[in-house]
Write a protein that binds this ligand. Structure first.
Ligand code: HEM
Length: 502
């Protein structure tokens, strides 16, 4: 009897604590933010470029953590390093899901890819396999020869253009090269024989996809209106998905027809197929495999190309930066050979240039949306369940309390002074171009190598100038990614011994 009484008192006490906790949380205020209009919420206040519109609203409301309604959906936007840390470190597990949005249904194979699947066993298995066989440090080192070979082909194309006194369109060369790298390591296939009409069509398709996916689609925020597809976004994305799916299906068919030729030399898809069941019985399905291939071709090509293009553009705009980077490379590498990946650790100024480009021109300015199914409390605010999280990477990189002269391109800030030690792989919330926490970019190591190796090679191997009569255009086009509005077209003149390009 006594123990029953003690148990009852304890149970009442716990229930009381639980209710009090719930009750008091509800009495906490929501984070500050703009007025929410009925049905449309704060959508009209955001403007045409959401990353800068949301940064402006956060400043106006003094709200590093800002809450607003986009349509009928609750959204938290974080715009400073400490606000990002509060969500991507302290509340990371809770916000590690992705929202379900109508415009993503097709392009994610109904959320069966890695990028858009919810946090759970399937996602963990896909990430583990990707890290083990493709994107982790050891696997990445294994395909360095593919990167070297593809970069060599780019150099030859550029030398031909220089001999013909023609300019090169930098993102066209880079995306073609990256697609060929991803194709080879994933499916043992060079996707394009050379940069040209086919590869440019592919590039346009990715740009269209990322622009469409980044648009604030009304149907995603007011689900009752989704069937109307008012902006035509859903139809457009479905069209792009169908084209991509046809390309992936064809590549997979060829892949299985050529399996014998690869015996003893498995590629990523061979390895996934051979290890598709996890320890807990979770299985990577054929649809997951298609989704993964889709992720690698989309997330793995344009992102690195965009940052390399911006970095080179900033160097052409700031010739003293270009000159200092070339001097460093001439001293470390000389002019008799081209840059190798193993040189990068000896090129601190090149590394600083890359970090500065990632700070000022992050390729995914609002990262990818996160989602929490549970309510929570953060810094004295109440955040309801079913809230989306947008991390404003663009605003964090320009935060005036963190960065001196935030709008200036100054790689030197990463060589000495308070921000010298900042590194962009998720531990320093001042610079998170790849995000942070559990959902941090699965290809972050590859992304770093791509940008440093490509940029370094382009700058070491060529002198750069704009075609006569042209001026540099620094405008951005917003989508999920943030490319230059006008692709960088420039004259590249070889500066190494001819044998270095062989
Ligand atoms: C400089 C280049 C790159 C940048 C700036 C970048 C940036 C990002 C960002 C911001 C995210 C979202 C993180 C989040 O949700 O919090 C992401 C996710 C992802 N990225 Fe990258 N990325 C780059 C290169 C790559 C490459 C080369 C690959 C693969 C070949 C890749 C594959 C992925 C995948 C699979 C995800 C989804 C991860 C998940 O949801 O678990 N990325 N990336």
């Amino acid at each position: 009897m006594d123990s029953f009484l003690v148990f009852s008192i304890l149970a009442c006490f716990i229930l009381h604590l639980f209710l009090r906790c719930r009750f008091s949380r509800h009495r906490l205020p929501l984070p500050p933010g703009p007025t929410n209009l009925p049905v449309i919420g704060a959508l009209p206040f955001i403007g045409p470029t959401p990353y800068s519109g949301l940064a402006r609203l956060a400043r106006q409301h003094a709200a590093p953590i800002m809450y607003l309604k986009m349509g009928t959906s609750g959204v938290v936007v974080v715009s400073t390093p400490s606000a990002a840390r509060a969500f991507l470190k302290t509340l990371d597990a809770q916000f590690a899901n992705r929202p379900t949005v109508v415009s993503a249904t097709d392009i994610t194979y109904n959320y069966q890819n890695m990028v858009f699947s919810n946090y759970g066993n399937k996602w963990k298995l896909m990430r583990k396999m990707a890290s083990l066989h493709l994107l982790g440090a050891k696997a990445l080192a294994g395909w360095a020869p593919v990167r070297r070979d593809e970069m060599g082909r780019v150099l030859k194309e550029m030398c031909d253009a220089a001999a013909d006194k023609k300019p090169v369109v930098v993102p066209e060369l880079l995306v073609c090269c990256l697609a060929n790298i991803v194709g080879q390591v994933t499916l043992s296939k060079r996707v394009f024989s050379a940069q040209g009409e086919e590869s440019n069509k592919y590039k346009d398709m990715i740009v269209e996809l990322l622009t469409g996916a980044g648009l604030f689609n009304i149907g995603d925020f007011i689900p009752a209106l989704a069937w109307l597809d008012l902006q035509g976004v859903q139809a457009k994305l479905k069209g792009i998905h169908d084209r991509f799916d046809a390309m992936i299906t064809k590549m997979l068919d060829e892949h299985s027809a050529t399996a014998k030729k690869r015996e003893g030399r498995p590629d990523f898809i061979d390895l996934i197929m051979a290890n598709r069941v996890g320890d807990d019985g979770e299985t990577i399905t054929d649809t997951n495999i298609k989704g993964l291939i889709f992720d690698l071709f989309t997330a793995g090509t344009d992102t690195s190309s965009i940052i390399t293009e911006w970095a080179l553009t900033e160097m052409i705009k700031n010739p003293q930066v270009l000159k200092r980077a070339q001097e460093e490379m001439d001293e470390v590498i000389g002019r008799e050979r081209r840059l190798e990946e193993s040189d990068i650790s000896n090129l601190p100024y090149l590394q600083a240039v890359v970090k500065e480009a990632m700070r000022l021109h992050p390729s995914t300015p609002l990262s990818l949306p996160h989602f929490s199914y549970e309510e929570c409390e953060v810094n004295g605010y109440y955040v309801p369940k079913n809230t989306r999280l947008l991390v404003n990477i663009w605003a964090i990189g320009r935060d005036p309390d963190t960065w001196e002269d935030p709008l200036e391109f100054k790689p030197e800030r990463f060589l000495s002074g308070p921000t010298a030690k900042v590194y962009p792989l998720g531990n320093y919330f001042e610079l998170i171009p790849f995000g942070a926490g559990r959902r941090i970019c699965a290809g972050k190591l590859a992304g770093m190598v791509f940008v440093q190796y490509f940029l370094g090679t382009l700058v070491h191997s060529f002198d750069w100038r704009l075609p006569d009569g042209e001026v540099l255009n620094m405008n951005e086009t917003f989508g999920l990614a943030l490319p230059k509005a006008v692709p960088l077209k420039a004259m590249a003149t070889p500066r190494l011994s001819p044998s270095a390009y062989a």
